[in-house]
Design a binder for this molecule. Sequence first.
Ligand code: GPU
Length: 829
Amino acid sequence: TSGERTAKAERMFELMDGFLKNDPLSLQKDILNHVEYTVARSRFSFDDFEAYQALSHCIRDRLIERWHDTQLHFKRKDPKRVYFLSLEYLMGRSLSNSIINLGIRDQCADALSQLGFEFEVVAEQEGDAALGNGGLARLSACQMDSLATMDFPAWGYGLRYQYGLFRQVILDGFQHEQPDYWLNFGNPWEIERVHVTYPVKFYGTVEEEILNEEKYQVWIPGEMIEAVAYDNPIPGYGTRNTITLRLWAAKPSNQHDMEAYNTGDYIDAVVNRQRAETISSILYPDDRSHQGKELRLKQQYFFVSASLQDIIRRFKDVHKDLSQFPDKVALQLNDTHPALAIPEVMRVLVDEEHLGWNKAFDITCKIFSFTTHTVQAEALEKIPVDLLGSLLPRHLQIIYDINSYFMEELKKRIGLDYNRLSRMSIVEEGAVKSIRVANLSLFCSHTVNGVSKLHSELLQTRVFKDFYELWPEKFQYKTNGVTQRRWIVVSNPNLCALISKWLGTESWIRDIDLLMGLREYATDISLHQEWQMVRRVNKMRLAEYIEATSGLKVSLDAMFDVQIKRIHEYKRQLLNILGIIHRYDCIKNMAKDDRRKVVPRVCIIGGKAAPGYEMAKKIIKLCHAVAEKINNDSDVGDLLKLVFIPDYNVSVAELVIPGADLSQHISTAGHEASGTGSMKFLMNGCLLLATADGSTVEIIEEIGEDNMFLFGAKVHEVPTLREKGSTIKVPLQFARVVRMVRDGYFGFQDYFKSLCDRVEGNNDYYLLGSDFESYLGAQAAADKAFTDKEKWTRMSILSTAGSGRFSSDRTIQDYAEKTWGIEPCRCPL
Ligand code: GPU
């Protein structure tokens, strides 16, 4: 009876001694218990790494309590849920973030120090979870933090890669890639759910069956692989809510190849079974380039199929009627990578649930929304039809059916405009017949989101113009944001304390609009002093890291000028390096006396190049070659240093961003969909040197152009400049610095030739030459501002004060209201 059950539950809770306690003494006891029983080390002798393991398990225990309560609460309330489907998440480290979101940072630090350990040192033992490439993947991580903090009933779904993004090792200035087997030392942040598994099918054929005089298509798969769930609890800040990031790993299924066993080929069969695991073994390291590889397509379908089985099971636990699906479920596609979810939902509804096609399509279109992260038409994903047809024959049929329906609808709207019909078609004819995944996603989603205002305008007027003209109501945008929990509270504790002191509250950590309150004190001299102090301490930390990794000593009085992001031609790291060469050349050609007037700089560059991206790799080598020359030139000394920070990742960013004075976001206008690094620097009071691209346009609106250093061609000027090509007048200084590289001034003359060819004459697609003069102008303005300490500090305070609009809390609030139609569901304390 229910009375008995309640009594039993109470007895068990008593036995558990209630919830875990968070005072330092209880924490110490729990740490020691985990040292002894989980880590299996003696409690009298354990090192920093073992302390990290033990503390992590203490925190994991506390997360699990909250997580159980949250999941139970969601189940009871049965709100509409959002499911965030993403092939990439860049979570970085979890320990500090979890401790801070649980609100027990001081207690943990006390507990550790009484055991003879230092919190920062212990936290640094953790390796990064790098299950993603760049901005898109880190955005997913920030958004998960906001979803949890704002109490939304949300789930993230993705893949549990065994190898995350490669480690970058630099040898002789060249990038080498090494595998990132991040699970080598265990992962306390995941909970393996051996019983949450689903079969995922591949290959095979489609046959027609007749049931109650109706025809049905039946997919007879040729291979079956099991998906196992690994749950990663995501705690909110200032709430008990703890949501789930569920990542799937591939395991060979029992039914996998029974036949081989029966025929006696035992060894081969076992080896074959192991091959199944390769599906989730490795993250593709190519940022935004799609090569139509079968394994990648398998990964996409594998994670989509397992997630949807899980989502539908959860729905059916409570509801009978699938027509209510859209009232209870919102499915968010993070870029087109999970777009196979569309034909998969159709397949389940039509082939398995036997709903009529129209009814099924109506449901499908009501649940999906889609966010695109690019402006480049050539970066849009395409799946070769042959590949899809062999791997997922039924899905290909469904996509063709959707396309026929789409074409009929289109003809009703635009008549027989065949050019336009073929542009908009989901199926691209041509040498390689393929599926345009973005067109499929656009047609079948109720909403398509851009990631900044400018990006959205470009989608409407260029990339998806044809669609926008017919369905303008589908188009929205949600400017990206980043979480202040990680990017201020975790990574810059001193600034965090300072902000709370001056605002008289810590509430800004949940309510970011309060940051604006700092504007009031932008000229307050005592805030200036404290602000400068905090910034200097952060620069010191960064300087120590630079010395430890590169052996280079840098001066704290120099301006720390940073560009960290994936290496891409459109992001123009090359422009930065050519600017540095120009600065070096000027110093060399100066009279000794004049050198005293030079503002000293430490230029810091970091980022990974996709392993097959030749130009990006040459840019890395050039950076090292130039650094070698400059850093060893005694004429230059502390006036100019160039540092390449190897193996850039989330935890490196947490160290570098708080210590930067100036940061560069210098993409050719119209190429960066949003950019999120700039927002992290802005929050930390670092000034921006930028082009009016992506979300920078909105940053300008928010903090004013006087508080940053802007340069370069505007979006609308770019096409004209490109047409002019080699007839554009390129400044002499530009020709000079390119010539220095060409002539072998930095060595490796032959190797750099193609890089130089890329930026001269008609080849200068990203307009380095035509933007060079105005780039140097912005750099000069930054130098000038830096010599005026008071002005610089004011600009810095105003940057932080104006960064509130760029919190992912705001992004998620917008999505919840305008795209997903969901409401908070807060677990009681
Ligand atoms: N982005 Br497409 C990636 O990081 N990877 C991709 O494959 C694609 C886009 C980035 C955009 O370049 C960046 O501008 C944006 O801020 C970020 O996604 C998040 O929207």
